[in-house]
Design a protein around this ligand. Structure first.
Ligand SMILES: NC(=O)C1=CN([C@@H]2O[C@H](COP(=O)(O)OP(=O)(O)OC[C@H]3O[C@@H](n4cnc5c(N)ncnc54)[C@H](OP(=O)(O)O)[C@@H]3O)[C@@H](O)[C@H]2O)C=CC1
Ligand SMILES: CC(C)(CO)C(=O)C(=O)O
Length: 331
């Protein structure tokens, strides 16, 4: 355990599918974990601890949980595990958990608010308006205080404080400025010790685009069609649309210099092999919750527009998913 961050205080903000998966794994590896949670989830965590069923079995662990960041205190490492649209409102709640040296690791899908921070280049320092209107997140959570992270995980939270994950847990982490660093290695070691396959990348935006393409091709479409990942990636009826979306995603990724080594037939095959998984966006839709379309859809369109790239299919499916999830929609 001492190979990575000895005696470190680990905080997790957001105790849904991903937050509970991480909490159960980290606490199960002997790490003390502090979870920022609320409502029924907080009650369940205090009563029963955090519970996870994954490919390796059942895990249950006690955690320190509160809905007040001040009660949890400053953390050495803070994983952010809410939906992207909940981050601005989360900021004041996590403020007491942030010390001068806290390392923040956002475990979220979509274009992150820090995309143009740390790397230099043509748009250096700009904020991503779709996910960070007015740049509040970038002003408070910026390099060198954060490490980028991409979660290749499929998880659901069937009940408060409970997560179920049916595929291997994989994460790619990287410094926003692409430097190798000791703290990055230690973060990956800490995750690996918790049973998560973690890889350090010196090109974190490559992994971001790979995941964005997975989300762009599946999440909004799953809302419109009700399809699982297996259905999205193998249905003959959806094939042309999915290929168009894939092509559009690859186009923007390449325009931003990302090396996404992805052969389309292999990508579809691997997606289908994920099985009867409901995307996190479909889960939100079925629960009548807002969708993460700003981060997974609008932000990609925003980045494409900066380079004068049109994404007609992506624009359509994002608009359609938003329509399906409109307030007052029939259930
Ligand atoms: N599920 C998956 O398979 C995957 C998800 N992701 C990404 O990971 C991120 C998290 O997703 P996921 O875990 O599925 O989402 P969930 O909706 O399951 O969990 C989010 C949690 O954050 C909590 N939360 C939001 N705001 C606050 C707040 N102010 N204070 C305390 N708790 C708060 C929510 O509480 P409440 O319920 O009370 O609103 C909820 O428990 C997303 O960006 C998602 O796209 C990435 C890979 C796979
Ligand atoms: C499972 C996957 C990869 C689907 O795009 C995902 O990230 C999600 O559900 O949000």
């Amino acid at each position: 355990m001492d190979a990575s961050f000895p005696r470190i205080g680990i905080g997790i903000a957001g105790a849904g599918a991903i937050g509970c998966t991480l909490a159960a794994r980290l606490a199960g590896s002997g790490r003390p974990v502090s979870l920022l949670a609320r409502g029924a989830t907080l009650e369940a965590l205090r009563r029963d601890g955090v519970r996870l069923t994954d490919c390796q079995g059942e895990h249950r662990a006690a955690v320190n949980a509160s809905d007040r960041g001040a009660a949890l205190g400053e953390q050495d490492l803070l994983f952010l595990c809410t939906k992207a649209h909940d981050l601005p409102a989360l900021l004041p709640a996590i403020e007491p958990m942030l010390g001068a040296d806290t390392l923040v690791v956002p475990v979220l899908n979509g274009v992150p608010w820090w995309y143009f921070l740390g790397e230099g280049g043509r748009f250096a320092g700009q904020s991503v308006e779709a996910v960070d209107p007015g740049g509040r997140l970038a002003a408070r959570l910026a390099p060198p205080h954060l490490i980028g992270c991409v979660a290749f995980v499929t998880a659901e939270s069937p009940a408060p404080g409970v997560a179920v994950s049916t595929n291997p847990l994989r994460m790619v982490c990287g410094e926003p400025d692409n430097r190798p660093s000791e703290r990055l290695e230690r973060l990956c070691t800490l995750l690996a010790e918790a049973g998560i396959e973690a890889r350090a990348s010196e090109r974190i935006r490559d992994a971001l685009w790979t995941k964005l393409i997975a989300n762009l091709t599946s999440n909004p479409l799953s809302v419109i069609s009700g399809a699982t990942l297996e259905e999205v990636y193998s249905s003959p009826d959806l094939h042309e649309l999915v290929c168009d979306l894939l092509h559009e995603g690859l186009l923007v990724a390449a325009a931003y210099g990302a090396r996404v080594e992805l052969d389309p037939p292999g990508f579809l095959e691997r997606g289908a092999a994920m099985g009867a998984v409901r995307t996190s966006m479909l889960q939100d839709h079925e629960r009548g919750r807002p969708l993460e379309l700003a981060a997974i859809g609008d932000a990609v369109l925003e980045l494409a527009a900066k380079l004068d790239i049109a994404l007609p299919r992506s624009r359509e499916i994002v608009a359609l998913a938003r329509f399906c999830n409109r307030p007052g929609r029939p259930r």
